[in-house]
Ligand binder design. Structure first.
Ligand SMILES: *[C@@H]1O[C@H](CO)[C@@H](O)[C@H](O)[C@H]1NC(C)=O
Ligand SMILES: *[C@@H]1O[C@H](CO)[C@@H](O)[C@H](O)[C@H]1NC(C)=O
Ligand SMILES: *[C@@H]1O[C@H](CO)[C@@H](O)[C@H](O)[C@H]1NC(C)=O
Ligand SMILES: *[C@@H]1O[C@H](CO)[C@@H](O)[C@H](O)[C@H]1NC(C)=O
Ligand SMILES: *[C@@H]1O[C@H](CO)[C@@H](O)[C@H](O)[C@H]1NC(C)=O
Ligand SMILES: *[C@@H]1O[C@H](CO)[C@@H](O)[C@H](O)[C@H]1NC(C)=O
Length: 418
């Protein structure tokens, strides 16, 4: 029928119909032969979604056809500007496609170049609290998280009635960071979208993949200083370690930082914090990159020391102390009225562990005695003393500069004044 019409038209208006079958060929757009859906899809060979850019050469699309391509907005997070083309449309609202060029080489919105869609990872970090029945978040491997992500996106539409799910990341393990057994982080366009999720969790049964969403809140993307300040509140840092921590350079998260870069930056934060901590730590850092997995183990575990017993024997003070083999045991005392420069040797871990060894001999302002641990109870003994001393003991891995916590002796002070 159309062909017959066209033949008639050719007779009447030579040229127009011969040029194209498009219903409304745009002015200045030169069309090639119409492509079938399959030809088009094979030619562009998209990974997934298409990014369309006004161009001087590309494709001309015409909607409202009986059959052809579907052209939907992409649902993958951060691809709202992209379109998904699929074959097999027959709902009467299908898209036909022609290759095109613009006459005179100008740029036209009717002739669009096609590239693979570039996904945006949004800047707003959203922390989502869930209650999972069968499998905690921390027990999910990459495949589990991929499935979780697919169902999360589906539930956004079905449970929360969110139209543009492309405004939420979390489609797969790539954009889901598990924080705890009941907590994960992903990214969204802005804080209003976090509030929508929180409201949905409060008002409806927002449930998928055997997990119920309980709440959502935005999580500040920390700059390094905020992060470092927070780390310092955990008393794993001596003064010098604190300076080292602050001198780490991990880069900043900005609007143009990609998701991979964000992960690298946070990994750097974590690595830096673990590597500089020097008090009471036993921390395993696993660095994963696309090609290698490196595990750095920093074992700086302080041994447990039971209350050491102090006894005055003649003019000596003895300490009965026990720590596992491989540690150094140390006891330090400060004399009543001793020099002010030693005033903190029994209260400050750094002073305790850095004061030079000295057995105290008559009149000492302090004593600091140490030995390698034998693995069972052993005695540390001062030299002759003639004063009252307040004392503490501790133990740390031999050869380390770990500042292990101080342990009160029983009693906490002894007087050797005859
Ligand atoms: C999309 O990416 C694939 C490879 O991942 C490539 O073969 C194809 O040519 C790209 N398509 C376009 C339109 O750039
Ligand atoms: C999930 O983790 C919590 C907290 O560690 C624990 O109490 C719970 O039993 C775990 N549930 C499952 C299914 O592993
Ligand atoms: C990150 O931002 C802070 C504060 O704006 C700036 O002082 C610092 O130099 C930046 N660091 C890097 C690595 O760009
Ligand atoms: C001992 O600690 C106190 C309180 O932290 C501090 O003010 C004082 O300067 C310290 N003394 C020495 C000698 O470091
Ligand atoms: C302790 O002995 C030293 C050395 O004999 C002496 O100088 C000091 O005055 C004595 N101190 C006391 C408190 O007896
Ligand atoms: C521990 O043993 C090593 C090697 O035998 C020795 O050099 C070190 O001085 C000892 N440390 C103490 C506190 O006795």
């Amino acid at each position: 029928m159309k062909a017959a019409l066209c033949v008639l038209a050719v007779v009447a208006l030579a040229g127009l119909c011969a040029l194209t079958n498009a219903q409304s060929p745009p002015e200045g757009i030169v069309l090639g032969d119409e492509l079938t859906s399959t030809e088009f899809l094979n030619t562009v060979n998209l990974d997934n979604c298409a990014e369309l850019t006004d161009s001087s050469a590309g494709y001309y699309f015409e909607g409202g056809a009986a059959t052809g391509l579907t052209r939907d907005r992409c649902s993958v997070g951060g691809t709202c500007q992209c379109r998904q083309f699929t074959d097999g449309c027959d709902n009467g609202n299908c898209v036909r496609v022609w290759p095109c060029t613009v006459e005179g080489g100008g740029i036209s919105s009717a002739c669009q170049a096609i590239t693979n869609c570039t996904q945006t990872v949004f800047e707003t970090i959203m922390e989502v609290e869930v209650e999972c029945n069968r499998q905690n978040m921390t027990d999910k491997d990459e495949a589990d998280l991929d499935e979780f992500g697919a169902k999360w996106k589906q539930a956004l539409a079905e449970d929360c009635n969110i139209g543009r799910v492309c405004r939420y990341n979390g489609d797969s393990s790539d954009t889901i960071d598990v924080v705890a057994y009941n907590l994960f982080r992903t990214y969204t366009l802005n804080e209003a979208h976090v509030d929508d999720i929180d409201a949905c969790a409060a008002d409806t049964l927002f449930r998928f993949n055997r997990c119920t969403v309980l709440s959502a809140r935005s999580w500040p993307s920390p700059d390094f200083e905020t992060f470092a300040d927070c780390m310092l509140s955990y008393s794993h840092y001596s003064v010098s370690a604190r300076d080292q921590l602050y001198s780490c350079e991990c880069g900043n998260v900005t609007s143009s930082t990609t998701f991979d870069e964000i992960q690298d930056i946070f990994e750097c934060y974590r690595f830096c914090a673990a590597n500089t901590a020097d008090r009471n730590c036993d921390y395993v850092v696993t660095t994963t990159s696309t090609t290698t997995t490196t595990t750095t183990t920093t074992t700086l575990e302080c041994p447990t020391v039971e209350t050491p017993e102090a006894q005055v024997v003649y003019e000596f003070i003895t300490f009965g102390i026990s720590a596992p083999e491989g540690n150094e045991v140390r006891c330090v005392g400060y004399a009543d009225g001793g020099l002010a420069s030693y005033e903190n040797v029994t209260t400050d871990m750094e002073d305790f562990w850095t004061v030079p060894l000295f057995d105290g001999a008559y009149g000492g302002d302090y004593f600091a005695i140490a030995d390698n641990s034998t693995g069972s109870a052993q005695l540390l003994v001062t030299d002759n003393l003639n004063d009252t001393y307040t004392h503490v003991c501790s133990a740390r891995p031999a050869g380390s500069s770990q500042l292990c916590p101080l342990v009160m002796t029983d009693p906490t002070s002894s007087s050797t004044v005859a």
